[in-house]
Design a protein around this ligand. Structure first.
Ligand SMILES: NC(=O)c1ccc[n+]([C@@H]2O[C@H](COP(=O)([O-])OP(=O)(O)OC[C@H]3O[C@@H](n4cnc5c(N)ncnc54)[C@H](OP(=O)(O)O)[C@@H]3O)[C@@H](O)[C@H]2O)c1
Length: 251
């Protein structure tokens, strides 16, 4: 299938590792002009070398902390300067760690800022760029909707789902779609830290994942690439689970 992504201008946050890194590679392989954002410059440079080495357009690099107060403006302006606009935004920067239900307020603010507020602010600043162009694809990488206990990232990701649904109704008339993807256990830096050995992964998979194994970033990023494409024009306000069947409930 021709996804018609050639020349689309894509901004990917959290691109130094994991899902974001893989999204940058796969979008570049589709002929997109890509800008990558994260804090670790050395990893972004290595990614750019790899993409260019594979014969694709070298991505533009923005070294930034998405939670910084001025991040939405500086990232949007640098991306627009580098690419002349933004057609696709992949919000992948984020992270979860075990937290207690009565965690100190600073921990709540940090987790909510990283996983909801920063994403919302960056997207809000970029929507007018897409509205002017009458085209846009926004894809949020979120997380579980089935809390077993209280986790800050989980609350923040749920906020993204509700906010994205609302925003889809506002930006639809400008041919902008916004969708969220919830990963189960995809083998990335933060997941490997939590499940460091093959034995850990096998035990967790046996208990929780019907397909029986942890996913690779490509297993999820193929959906990002599809949702980023003009072909996916009629899909918006949705939440997709890429989790090997891990989500227990039907809805
Ligand atoms: N993998 C899974 O199975 C899974 C499960 C549930 C949810 N998720 C969600 O999926 C998204 C992608 O995570 P991943 O699994 O690909 O994890 P990862 O391999 O650990 O990558 C996380 C990325 O986010 C970036 N990042 C973190 N904090 C940042 C900040 N303050 N400013 C800028 N960049 C920041 C990191 O870059 P720097 O450190 O270089 O800044 C890195 O590139 C996250 O939102 C995560 O919560 C993943």
């Amino acid at each position: 299938m021709d996804l018609k992504l050639e020349g689309k201008r894509c901004l990917v946050t959290g691109a130094s590792r994991g899902i974001g890194e893989c999204a940058a590679e796969m979008l570049a392989a589709e002929g997109c002009d890509v800008t990558v954002v994260a804090r670790r410059e050395d990893l972004l440079n290595a990614l750019a070398d790899r993409i260019e080495g594979a014969g694709h357009k070298r991505p533009h690099i923005i070294v930034a902390d998405v939670t910084a107060n001025d991040a939405p403006d500086t990232i949007r302006e640098a991306a627009c300067k580098a690419m002349g606009g933004i057609d696709v935004l992949v919000n992948s920067a984020g992270g979860s760690r075990p937290t207690k239900w009565d965690a100190p307020e600073e921990e709540w603010i940090e987790g909510m800022t990283l996983n909801f507020t920063a994403l919302r602010r960056l997207t809000t600043g970029i929507v007018p760029v897409m509205q002017k162009n009458k085209y846009g694809r926004i894809i949020n990488i979120t997380g579980s909707v089935e809390p077993k206990a209280v986790n800050i990232a989980n609350a923040a990701k749920s906020a993204v789902h509700a906010w994205a649904k609302g925003l889809s109704r506002i930006v639809g008339p400008d041919a902008i779609t916004i969708n969220s993807i919830s990963p189960g256990r995809i083998k990335t830096e933060q997941i490997i830290k939590r499940h460091p050995t093959e034995e850990d992964q096998a035990a967790f998979s046996k208990e929780n994942i019907p397909l029986g194994y942890f996913g690779e970033p490509e297993d999820l990023v193929c959906l990002i690439v599809f949702l980023a494409s003009p072909v996916a024009r009629y899909i918006t306000g949705e939440l997709f689970h890429v989790d090997g069947g891990m989500k227990y409930f039907a809805h």
